[in-house]
Design a protein around this ligand. Structure first.
Ligand SMILES: CC(C)(COP(=O)(O)OP(=O)(O)OC[C@H]1O[C@@H](n2cnc3c(N)ncnc32)[C@H](O)[C@@H]1OP(=O)(O)O)[C@@H](O)C(=O)NCCC(=O)NCCS
Length: 199
């Protein structure tokens, strides 16, 4: 599909897509329609903003929601990225993400983007996203936004106790996976992976 046939629009300026958008998202992540509609209806020019991908036939192909990160005002959180099931694998997800990045950079004047995923790490890695420490939306901001060598963090995972030490030290923990294998492994899916990208 050619890029000129595609458009990324703000959902709140195109309310005719609210219901199809609700169905598209609920097809992937089932949830009460009322709750989903309320979430979508919250879209506005300031965050949160739902951006939708439509083709020249006015068919809804995809959705992505941007939410604020009060603790990192120069970034936002990318959520609910979804391409309609029959249209996957045609680079539409990549196209949507690139347009979303342009929007965040040029319209929202953001410097970076964050997201979390469980299973789509490779998709985002191909778009230039790197694994980072978990982002607490309302908590502490990330002090060092550089890509984190997880192996450094995990080398000393046992909390240092203040109590008087007695007896032999506990056995060392098993080796942890390197960041690359976190991204590539299809078995490490139990926890969400946080990723970020500079715009
Ligand atoms: C993830 C999703 C948005 C990708 O959209 P898409 O249009 O199918 O992706 P693209 O065709 O643009 O794929 C781009 C590249 O990522 C790869 N890719 C896409 N999904 C992937 C996945 N789940 N795992 C590994 N690689 C993936 C593609 O193979 C392609 O690689 P290539 O450039 O080497 O050919 C889509 O599959 C989807 O809606 N999934 C269900 C919802 C979901 O999980 N969303 C993410 C929430 S965090």
């Amino acid at each position: 599909m050619d890029a000129e046939d595609l458009q990324v629009l703000r959902l709140h300026e195109n309310p005719q897509y609210l219901k199809p958008c609700c169905e598209l998202i609920n097809d992937e992540w089932p949830r009460s329609k009322t709750a989903r509609m309320m979430s979508l209806q919250a879209s506005c020019n300031n965050l949160p903003t739902s951006l939708i991908l439509v083709n020249d036939k006015k068919h809804l192909l995809g959705h992505c929601k941007l939410t604020p990160i009060p603790s990192i005002p120069e970034s936002c959180f990318i959520e609910t990225v979804v391409i309609s099931k029959s249209m996957r694998g045609k680079k539409l997800g990549s196209y949507l993400m690139r347009q979303v990045e342009e929007y965040c950079k040029n319209v929202l004047n953001l410097k970076m983007l964050h997201l979390s995923t469980k299973g789509q790490e490779n998709f985002y890695a191909k778009l230039g996203y790197e694994v980072c420490p978990p982002v607490s939306i309302y908590g502490t901001r990330i002090l060092n936004s550089e890509p984190v060598d997880i192996s450094i963090k995990i080398q000393n995972p046992v909390p240092v106790s203040n109590s008087v030490k007695s007896g032999p030290p506990p056995p060392p923990p098993p080796p942890m996976p390197k960041p690359e294998s976190l991204v590539q492994s299809s078995t490490v899916k139990s926890k969400k992976t946080f990723m970020f990208k500079y715009l």
